[in-house]
Write a protein that binds this ligand. Structure first.
Ligand code: PAF
Length: 279
């Protein structure tokens, strides 16, 4: 595997490659990321991964400095997955000057749910993803459904800018007890780790209720939030939304069985977890 930090060198290395499959990451790789690499291999060749902790997507009170950086271990894992190039730029490589041009996602997609609780997050994500795409020029790029809204925002960005990159969604990779794998799980204490699968169980409870015909969306959301709060969580949201645009379903949408997704974000101790489940 070639490890490249400069954009010019990356262009030289990938010149003429028409089927590149790309997996952008912020490192601290776990089995979830590795499943994205395997999916990438099915969709293209060569596979390029990137590791870059993107300051632009962290709010002032978020964990940019604390974000786990485990480069040597990450390299070993990517080697085993047959990744051809690891693009691991420094901040100077990516932001040699202040990034004044930025992508602005539309309010009704970028400022709801995660975007509401993390102002500027999706501007930071789309700006770096656009920049990484222009560095790697992939034919396909893989994003996990774990970050459901991120996937939607990037899909819409790729469509609206007519990018030549196809966005492929990967299923969420879960531990045996249902907890979605995430770099932030490493912050959980032993007792918090034991409690953490409750979030996914709660999503399943809401999804089961919807499937069995309980269509009182606000009541279902409220009862899930109350349940988590009673167990010591600090929920930001549990939201039943349409898969197509992440807007709340109308009575008509529910009657016509519009595909839905239940999305959740909640803090356990000082760790904020997100998850979702398609219904
Ligand atoms: O999902 C992530 O790890 C990040 O948001 C991404 C897509 C690599 C952009 O920094």
């Amino acid at each position: 595997m070639k490890i490249i930090s400069s954009i010019a060198e990356l262009h030289d290395q990938l010149r003429g490659q028409l089927r590149t499959a790309f997996v952008p990451t912020m490192g601290n790789l776990h089995d979830g990321h590795l499943s994205l690499m395997r999916l990438a291999r099915k969709h293209g060749d060569p596979v390029v991964a990137s590791i870059f902790v993107n300051r632009l997507q962290f709010g002032p009170n978020e964990d940019f400095d604390k974000y786990p950086r485990t480069f040597a271990a990450d390299v070993e894992k990517l080697e085993k997955e047959g990744v051809y190039v690891l693009f691991a730029p420094t901040e100077k490589d990516i932001y040699p000057e202040p990034q004044e041009f930025r992508i602005q996602p539309p309010d009704d997609l970028g400022n709801i749910l995660e975007g509401h609780f993390r102002p500027g997050f999706f501007t930071g994500v789309t700006t770096i993803v656009m920049k990484l795409f222009s560095c790697v020029q992939p034919r396909v790029a893989i994003f996990g459904k774990k970050d459901y809204q991120q996937l939607m925002v990037i899909r819409n960005m790729a469509r609206q800018f007519a990018l030549p990159t196809e966005i492929i969604a990967a299923e969420t990779y879960r531990a045996e007890d249902g907890l979605a794998l995430s770099s932030r799980n490493g912050y959980l204490s032993e007792s918090e780790r034991a409690e953490a699968p409750t979030l996914f169980r709660e999503l399943n409870r809401v999804a089961d209720a919807l499937r069995s015909g309980n269509l009182d969306v606000s009541l279902l959301e409220k009862s899930a939030i109350d349940h988590l709060a009673r167990r010591g969580w600090q929920p930001d949201y549990i939201a039943i939304r349409k898969r197509s645009d992440l807007q709340p379903p109308t009575a008509g949408d529910i009657a016509t069985r519009e595909p839905l997704v239940v999305l959740a974000a909640a803090k356990l101790g000082s760790t904020r977890l997100i998850d979702n489940l398609e219904v």
